[in-house]
Ligand binder design. Structure first.
Ligand SMILES: C[S@@+](CC[C@H](N)C(=O)[O-])C[C@H]1O[C@@H](n2cnc3c(N)ncnc32)[C@H](O)[C@@H]1O
Length: 388
């Protein structure tokens, strides 16, 4: 087994959550802006791809160095052990980005890195001609930040938010990674009721169900590194067997998704069916103002419309007011609402217990958190029984 520097990339604001997930997988890690870095073997690559719910991608760091000139970028890239990663027939496109660096022309940086890798490979594979690149896919990235070049290879392929269950979507679906983050930021446990009153295509309830039954989010998809010759297929098989063993399919769940739009309810049902979770999540058409329940100590996570489109603001703010009225009765429930409306608390009618800044794509939002009462502990329940 080899040792690799692994980078789990994270959306702004989610780094700590990704780090928590990485540690739960058993890897010590460091957190930087937009990434979590750790060391692991081939199985760490497979397990990270399969399990990390809130990370965007899993990359391998091939090298990191200062690069002030194109010559430096070329020579230092060529000095990296590319033959360790790329077989002779590898397809290896190079993408790039540059922030606050002397080498700001991204297309030139990409071309130079490509040339340097080709040179190294030519020497190693003793070739004088161009490579056909007909084999497995290795996407290289050169990322320059303040003149430091970080060179990585992507192991995921499609971003990790592509779980493989989304057959259809509405206008503003949440990224699956953010939906999972919202659920993980609550105090929800699988034995408590869960509700999303703005379920849209069902992303939050589906992610909650996977968390509730400890289902690996990547279980039903492929990763580009599954085709790499230096990760034995046994590694992937073992990781999938482990995921199967750890899934708790017997865990009963009480998850409800509602939406004003019956077409969205149908899409959410189809997506849940595709995820194999149709029996675990109940969806129904309903307006938020009509929500009421006799259940206690549940958790609500909602991503309502933000009212950012022209002419929509007033109606949305009125709806926030109705939501506040409806949820007033749910005093044992914990309620988490994600919106970009900075006046949300005023319309909802109550200051949040806590706010957390999060980015929904490029939109700056807050997760308004209203913590409900704690469920009584078992000994408190016993005392009540004794009094009776
Ligand atoms: C931003 S989308 C939610 C997207 C969802 N999280 C997803 O991943 O697909 C907001 C949803 O709120 C629904 N909605 C708007 N007004 C509502 C109301 N008064 N009651 C319930 N749902 C409402 C819309 O139909 C829409 O599906």
């Amino acid at each position: 087994m080899g040792k690799y520097q692994i980078i789990a990339t994270a959306a702004m604001g989610l780094e700590a959550l990704v780090a928590k997930e990485v540690r739960a997988l058993g890897y010590e890690c460091e957190v930087e802006n937009g990434k979590v870095i750790y060391t692991g073997d081939e199985s760490a690559i497979a397990r990270s791809n399969l399990w990390l719910r809130t990370a965007d991608r899993i990359k391998i760091k091939v090298g990191e160095f200062k690069a002030h000139t194109f010559d430096e970028l070329f020579e230092k890239t060529k000095a990296l052990p590319w033959e360790k990663y790329l077989p002779e027939d590898a397809e290896f496109p190079v993408i790039g980005k540059s922030v606050k660096s002397k080498l700001f022309s991204v297309s030139d940086c990409q071309a130079i890195v490509k040339k340097a890798v080709v040179e190294r490979m030519k020497q190693h594979y003793k070739r004088s001609t161009w490579f056909e690149e007909t084999g497995a896919y290795f996407r290289i990235e050169v990322a320059l930040l303040k003149d430091i070049a970080t060179i990585t290879i992507d192991t995921s392929g499609q971003g990790l938010h592509k779980r493989g269950y989304r057959v259809d979507q509405g206008e503003a679906p949440l990224k699956e990674t953010l939906a999972a983050a919202l659920v993980l930021l609550t105090n929800w446990k699988a034995d408590r009721p869960f509700m999303d009153p703005f379920c849209g295509s069902g992303t939050i309830p589906i992610e909650a169900a996977m968390i509730g039954q400890n289902i690996a989010p990547g279980f039903n998809r492929e990763f580009v590194s599954e085709r790499w010759n230096w990760i034995p297929s046994q590694v992937w098989e073992d990781a999938r067997i482990e995921a199967e063993d750890l899934a708790n399919y017997d865990q009963p769940l009480d998850i409800l998704g509602t939406d004003i739009d019956h077409r969205m309810v149908k899409i959410a049902q189809d997506n849940a069916f595709e995820a194999g979770l149709a029996d675990l999540i109940h969806f129904k058409q309903m307006q938020v103002r009509d929500i009421s329940t006799y259940k206690e100590y549940g958790v609500i996570v909602g991503n309502p419309p933000y009212g950012e489109r022209i002419g929509e603001k007033q109606a949305v703010e009125h709806m926030y007011k109705e939501m506040g009225q409806a949820f007033k009765k749910l005093d044992t429930w914990s309620i988490y609402i994600l919106t970009s409306d900075e006046q949300f608390e005023q319309f909802y009618g109550k200051p949040a217990t806590k706010k957390r800044k999060l980015f929904n794509g490029f939109i700056r939002t807050d997760l308004y958190q209203y913590w409900g009462k704690r469920p009584p502990r078992q000994n408190e329940l016993n005392q009540v029984e004794n009094i009776d």
